[in-house]
Ligand binder design. Structure first.
Ligand SMILES: Nc1ncnc2c1ncn2[C@@H]1O[C@H](COP(=O)(O)OP(=O)(O)OP(=O)(O)O)[C@@H](O)[C@H]1O
Length: 239
């Protein structure tokens, strides 16, 4: 089943066309990676899927509804690059606040703290958390109400390898539970952790497939990395 279906998507920001006609779908039950260099349009695409981007033409449907439709609000969890939690509240207080705003039950608070492995820090004020713990607290907010689509904009930036590993474990657990997880990154070495990749450059997709398929498309061996595949595809080596 597809969580997201997009056809002929063009996005213009200011006077510039940023996304130049995208067609793709995002299935449930998988971690889809949106990878590409800084400025290629990843955040713009994510903003479009959650329905907060202006200047959009084409068709963007999420669970069969037009993106931005109010009925979708409880079904989508979105974490932007800027952490959107309150520094002077504890993890539990933050979650309790957002649970109230979203109208979800208090039981959700404990469930989400546990899902991101912050039980030991539940009563810590966010200002005192490490960067990785803070990212996980933001993610916990996005998990309130068990959304079926999670849109995570560069969630692992600035995290050490151990925390990154833990976070990717969380993403896969959520996908195993049937959630459609879309994760953006400009770090190509995160690619191997995704079930499927959308490689983006200058507002278009240059490849769409599993890491193995993309390497094959680039004419590279399985042991190659996605960065090499990205470069080979850009240079047209496999053409
Ligand atoms: N508010 C804005 N107004 C006009 N143009 C913008 C705005 N925000 C971003 N852009 C432009 O849109 C393009 C895509 O930006 P976007 O933030 O989607 O890229 P990105 O791939 O998410 O980059 P990064 O990895 O650095 O976050 C860039 O060229 C950027 O200059």
């Amino acid at each position: 089943m597809n969580a997201v279906e997009v056809a002929s998507l063009v996005v213009t920001r200011g006077k510039r066309e940023v996304l130049h006609g995208l067609d793709f779908a995002i299935p449930t039950g998988q971690v889809t990676g949106l990878l590409g260099p800084s400025g290629c349009g990843k955040s713009t695409l994510m903003r479009t899927l959650v329905g907060v981007q202006a200047g959009v033409t084409g068709t963007v449907t999420v669970f069969g509804e037009p993106a931005g439709s109010p009925v979708l609000r409880p079904r989508i969890g979105y974490v932007t690059q800027a952490p959107s939690i309150y520094d002077d509240l504890s993890v539990t207080e933050n979650l309790t606040f957002f649970a109230r705003v979203l109208g979800v039950g208090r039981a959700e608070v404990a469930r989400c703290v546990e899902a991101v492995d912050l039980v030991d820090h539940a009563d810590d004020v966010v200002a005192k958390l490490s960067g990785g713990q803070r990212s996980r607290a933001s993610l916990a907010v996005a998990l309130l109400g068990s959304p079926s689509l999670l849109v995570l904009d560069e969630p692992t930036v600035g995290l050490d390898p151990v925390l990154r590993e833990e976070l990717w474990g969380t993403f896969h657990r959520l996908a195993d539970d049937g959630v459609a997880v879309l994760v953006s990154s400009h770090v190509m070495d995160e690619a191997e952790r995704c079930d499927r990749l959308l490689l983006m450059r200058d507002g278009v997709f240059i490849a769409d497939g599993t890491p193995a398929e993309i390497k094959q498309q680039a004419g590279l061996a399985e042991s190659a990395d996605i960065e090499q595949a990205f470069l080979a595809i850009v240079r047209g080596d496999a053409a």
